[in-house]
Design a protein around this ligand. Structure first.
Ligand code: SF4
Length: 219
């Protein structure tokens, strides 16, 4: 039953929006940097920070590893919380060089569960960031959960209010086929509908999901 409901949501969103072409990024490393920088800011600001790194010809693990943290913070300033995010990037790079000689190919060779657990051991990398890296940088199967996902599912009575990250992730992964393309597109579609319609004050009347039963928020 949950499978049908989840696929119905997916199809309604896909019908309205079509493919979202996530994650914007030319390389796995660019996706990783973007996933760390996007915490608590909008994507336009992340793009400016990444453009600065590219303009400085620094968007490689080795160059960012060699760069002073203060210089890195200055380059990523547009992403906000730049000192904290520079430290998080450095934590990731220290971990990458200490454990994998700076080789992203070694991460690609890990299975999804091991890679996820490894990423979660890095200070400043939480579940959403780790899962974004696993799914979008390495194309391995994990469902990325975010606040939009929880809001949409909660308002349609599919999860309980306050359900934790791991429970929601498990809900998707147990009820959907293990399909990287589906997981990739589905998360991006949740972000789209969350930004455009399922805001704190929802705009149900014109939302692609208005035909679904509502639990908390009748249209
Ligand atoms: S129909 Fe309303 S509650 Fe449902 S996803 Fe759209 S805006 Fe949110």
């Amino acid at each position: 039953m949950s499978y049908e409901k989840l696929m119905q949501i997916y199809e309604l969103l896909y019908e309205r929006y079509g493919p979202q072409h996530w994650w914007p990024g030319e390389t796995a490393f660019e996706v990783i940097v973007g996933a760390i920088l996007t915490q608590n800011t909008n994507w336009a600001n992340v793009e400016k920070a990444i453009a600065n790194l590219k303009a400085a010809d620094s968007l490689t693990p080795q160059r960012l590893c060699d760069m002073a943290t203060a210089q890195l913070a200055e380059l990523i300033r547009p992403a906000g919380y730049y000192n904290i995010k520079a430290a998080r990037l450095k934590n990731f790079l220290d971990w990458l060089f200490e454990n994998y000689r700076g080789d992203l190919g070694a991460l690609q060779a890990l299975n999804a569960d091991v890679l996820r657990a490894e990423l979660l051991s890095i200070k400043g990398v939480g579940p959403e960031t780790a899962d974004s890296i696993v799914l979008y940088a390495f194309e391995k199967n994990v469902f990325v959960v975010d606040a939009y996902t929880c809001r949409v599912l909660g308002r349609h009575g599919l999860i309980e209010e306050g359900a934790d990250y791991e429970n929601v992730r498990d809900f998707f992964e147990s009820n959907l086929p293990s399909d990287v393309k589906l997981f990739n597109e589905y998360h991006a579609l949740f972000v789209r509908v969350g930004k455009e319609y399922c805001r704190p004050k929802p705009k149900c009347k014109t939302c692609p999901l208005v035909t679904l039963p509502h639990e908390i928020c009748p249209p």
